[in-house]
Write a protein that binds this ligand. Sequence first.
Ligand code: ATP
Ligand code: MN
Ligand code: MN
Length: 287
Amino acid sequence: MTVRLSSPDKVLWPDVGLTKADLFAWVTDAAPRLLPQVVDRPLSLKRFPKGVRGKGFFQKDLPDHAPDSIRRWRVWAESADREVAYALVDDVEGLQWLAQQNTIELHPALLRVDRPDRADQLVFDIDPGPMAVSPGRVALWVKEVLDELELVARVKTSGGKGVHVIVPIERRYGPELLRPLTLAIARMVADRHPDELTVEMRKADREGRTLIDWSRGGGSTLIAAWSPRARAEATVAMPLSWDQVDADLDPTRWTMRNALDLDDPWADDGVSPQRLEHARDAVRDAG
Ligand code: ATP
Ligand code: MN
Ligand code: MN
């Protein structure tokens, strides 16, 4: 399949002068890195037909006129009380077709469709509050606790305001273990820095502190590493190595113009899916 690009000169990021053709080129060039982040994962698409200053919208269903080469994963969505046909993209043409649809942001689920009841990662979504403490510093605080629990994590910018710390896990645990464990770990971190951090999901109760959002489970999505964001500067959700993370980390530093200049820090980093029994027991003993 060859994807035809219409309106290549349409400006999607006016502040930095990037067009729909640039988006198309981005997904083409980033495909070797981006595809492994989305393969077999139901995708929520965020589309911006009028560019990033316009109104974007989340779309779960792949449109009927999409090419057959993009698979559909049909599932009953309890919340919507209807069947949703999610896109499953596994080749560069699929990415290009989504770009043709002005899909700027790719939001894969934290699960793969061959085992949809089992998340394959623990996510600590660091959401800075108005009382700014560096998200890089918070990521290191999370890592400190994960190290003590002998869990190995990856880290990326969100391309927005914050940072994501991700622990790849074996697909053997359900939400009844994952949710309380993720909360307990987030709480261990927050308890060490109570003036800066909170695990309180209600905004009113955060008092300006940074939220360690522990609530992203298997059914949730997270912006894909290497996905562009619909922000003025054309930021990218950028995978990092831990030695790039410090208090000076600026999550908006990596954009569509520079993100592919660097080697992929997640390639060959040796991080593999982990068991959680040890961490579960250690957290229980600590609590
Ligand atoms: P930031 O660093 O600015 O917080 P983020 O991508 O982490 O950027 P969050 O608001 O923390 O944004 O949300 C985490 C993830 O939850 C997003 O990456 C996205 O996949 C999903 N999400 C958030 N809001 C929505 C929404 N309204 N509809 C669907 N998915 C959403
Ligand atoms: Mn976030
Ligand atoms: Mn969040």
